[in-house]
Design a protein around this ligand. Structure first.
Ligand code: M6R
Length: 366
């Protein structure tokens, strides 16, 4: 059932090229320059004219929400708020009838996310669901939705659910941008072409597996680890840190790279591995100077860089290359080595990768 892999998590990491293809197959018609999604098409006016989008989710799904905040604002020019479902439901939030709430949940059973949806519906908002499990409670409670079609995710650590959620949300953002006229035709088509190239590029990143293993061996005994990124890759830093904590039990923190100087930089010494996402299109020069700051404090640097990178390579202890793509799609590539890194560290430490202690695959209690 694990298809020759030692763990479900590794199998699911390797399934991502196919899972993402399944997510956009039949929806994205690259040659025609069309995206079809019934749940969006049937409600396009309501969704595209939203004054605001509120995203509610937990854990990794919340991170996918954060990535999509950048995409929605950038492409469709709709203001977005991303909320932890558990905070949103209990803090008497301001919800308008012309708000659209997007709930993201792999399992479709998360109690806090479900409660947030019910609250939003009571206040008259339109609720759209992005779920993986077909027929799940959340998919039934929402006004409309789109499935991720990632296939069953068994490992407690979410991997392919995350990248397929980002894929679905990117398709929705592109559709809204087209309808609202905030994207040019040629840009729209270019996005579709680039998204279509992502599965092959992920396969290429997966070829770095042995190299990632060497890095895992080197840092597996570190008690702490920092993850830094900017822009689209700031949520990827959060996700990388969550993945490491949850399966290897190593304490890890994700930060926007520029926030380091407001506190976390005090943690850096020669023991501290710092994973920095420094792809060429995402505020590259700024990230390079953040890397220099870490270097001068003797931190150990693992750079996630674009193929052919020189500046970070010179400063870093290790780099992992990902192929070039447009900035908004980089999270789909930069996430992969972080999944592999936490996987290998957890295996080397003898942890129960697929069923980490104290955690359940779906959190049906608040
Ligand atoms: O099923 P959901 O997407 O609603 O689950 C939300 C979180 O419980 C989940 O993403 C959790 O954080 C994962 N174990 C992270 O890998």
């Amino acid at each position: 059932e694990k298809g020759g892999y030692d763990h479900f998590m590794l199998k699911e990491i390797y399934e991502q090229p196919d899972a993402i293809t399944d997510t956009y197959r039949g929806r994205m018609l690259v040659d025609e320059g069309i995206i079809r999604m019934a749940g969006v098409d049937d409600n396009i006016e309501r969704i595209a004219n939203a004054k605001r989008i509120i995203i509610v989710a937990c854990g990794t799904s919340w991170h996918a929400g954060l990535v999509s905040e950048y995409i929605f604002e950038d492409l469709a020019r709709i203001p977005v708020e991303v909320e932890y479902a558990s905070e949103f439901r209990y803090r008497n939030p301001v919800i308008y009838e012309n708000d659209v709430v997007i709930a993201i949940s792999q399992s479709g059973e998360t109690a806090d996310t479900m409660a947030a949806i019910k609250l939003a519906k009571e206040k008259g908002a339109f609720v759209f669901g992005v779920c993986n499990v077909v027929g799940s409670s959340i998919s039934r409670e929402t006004n409309a939705g789109a499935y991720t079609h990632a296939g069953p995710e068994i490992g407690v650590a979410s991997t392919k659910a995350f990248t397929t959620q980002i894929t679905v949300l990117t398709l929705i953002a592109l559709k809204l941008a087209k309808y609202r006229g905030t994207i040019s035709d040629s840009d729209f088509r270019y996005h579709l072409q680039e998204l279509d190239r992502i599965p092959a590029k992920i396969s290429k990143v997966l070829e770095e597996n042995e190299h990632v293993k060497i890095i895992a061996e080197k840092y597996k005994d570190a008690p702490n680890c920092l993850y830094l990124g900017r822009g689209y890759n700031f949520p990827v830093a959060l996700e990388g840190a969550l993945k490491l904590k949850e399966i290897s039990y190593i304490h890890a923190e994700g930060y926007p790279a520029a926030e380091m100087k407001h506190g976390p930089i005090a943690l850096i010494d020669e023991q501290m591995p710092v994973v920095v996402i420094a792809t060429r299109k995402g505020h590259y020069e700024k990230v390079v100077s953040n890397v220099q700051e870490i270097k001068s404090r003797k931190g150990k640097i693992i750079g996630i860089v674009t193929e052919g990178d020189e500046a970070v390579r010179e400063l870093a202890d290790y780099v992992i290359e990902v192929p070039e793509t447009m900035e908004s799609l980089t999270p789909l590539l930069t996430t992969i080595p972080l999944q592999l890194l936490s996987y290998h560290i957890a295996v080397m430490l003898g942890k129960n990768v697929d069923q980490p202690r104290n955690l359940a695959k779906s959190v049906t209690v608040e």
